[in-house]
Design a protein around this ligand. Structure first.
Ligand code: 13P
Length: 257
């Protein structure tokens, strides 16, 4: 972490919980937000519970950000089952996760699609959390840098420096997601530094120094402290551990200390 960047810890609840559990978890995290110190917190519930979670946060005037896990790039239209960016804004969302590896591998999201969604999110004032990361096969073939470079450049193509500055990037090595295999702080730092270098070349060194880059993949309270100590790791995108208030806040504390 670098002191000039506000650390950002987001919970990606994925397709878990029910309405009552979502409301209760949001209320539990909100009640203990002080434990996160200086870190900014974001909760990303399933789309159907965004409203419920937003209401639970609003009820206690919580500073915690509300986010969605995906969205369509168009503002409205005949896209059965999809959720439009203005609808998320309408529900109080400030963030949206885009291009998560599960969206890329299971739902066919390409860099071009992620790029269209990123531009669309920015156009309505949502902060995109753009996910990138290599598979185990790609890492073992020494293709991590090439894969991450292609994803970053493709996902952020055509953004102005002012837009680029607002984006949050999440480096999530696919082999570390939900597997309990966390990247070592050195492995993560190496890729985060690569990403910051790419941002400097796409935008400028000044822009790159402002962009928050989260790490994601089996983050837990006990490995968060070492990850947080790395200079280019500015927060975490948390899956499984975000479903328990104790674990999520334990991670937040490591980044907000
Ligand atoms: P886990 O924390 O469960 O490994 O999930 C990481 C992730 O995919 C967050 O978006």
């Amino acid at each position: 972490m670098t002191a000039s960047r506000t650390q950002i810890v987001a919970g990606n609840w994925k397709m878990n919980l029910d309405r009552t559990a979502a409301r209760d978890l949001a209320a539990a995290v909100a009640a203990r937000v002080g434990e996160a110190g200086t870190a900014e917190l974001v909760l990303c519930p399933p789309a159907v519970y965004v409203d419920t979670v937003g209401a639970a946060l609003a009820a206690v005037s919580s500073p915690i950000g509300l986010g969605a896990q995906t969205m369509h790039d168009k503002a409205s239209g005949a896209f059965t089952g999809e959720v439009a960016p203005p609808m998320l804004v309408d529900l109080g969302c400030r963030y949206v996760i885009l291009g998560h590896s599960e969206r890329r591998t299971l739902f066919g999201e390409t860099d071009a699609i992620v790029n269209a969604k990123t531009k669309s999110a920015l156009s309505v004032g949502l902060t995109p959390i753009v996910c990138v990361g290599e598979t185990l096969e790609e890492r073992e073939a020494n293709r991590t840098a090439e894969v991450v470079t292609t994803q970053v450049k493709g996902s952020l193509a055509g953004l102005s420096p002012a837009e680029l500055e607002k984006v949050v990037i999440a480096y999530e090595p696919v082999w570390a997601i939900g597997t309990g295999k966390v990247a070592t702080p050195q492995q993560a730092q190496e890729v985060h530094a690569l990403i910051r270098g790419l941002l400097a070349s796409i935008g400028s060194p000044e822009v790159a120094s402002k962009v928050r880059i989260q790490y994601g993949g089996s983050v837990k309270p006990d490995n968060a402290v070492d990850l947080a100590s790395q200079p280019d790791i500015d927060g975490a995108l948390v899956g499984g551990a975000s479903l328990k208030a104790d674990d999520f806040l334990g991670i937040a504390k490591a980044f907000g200390a």
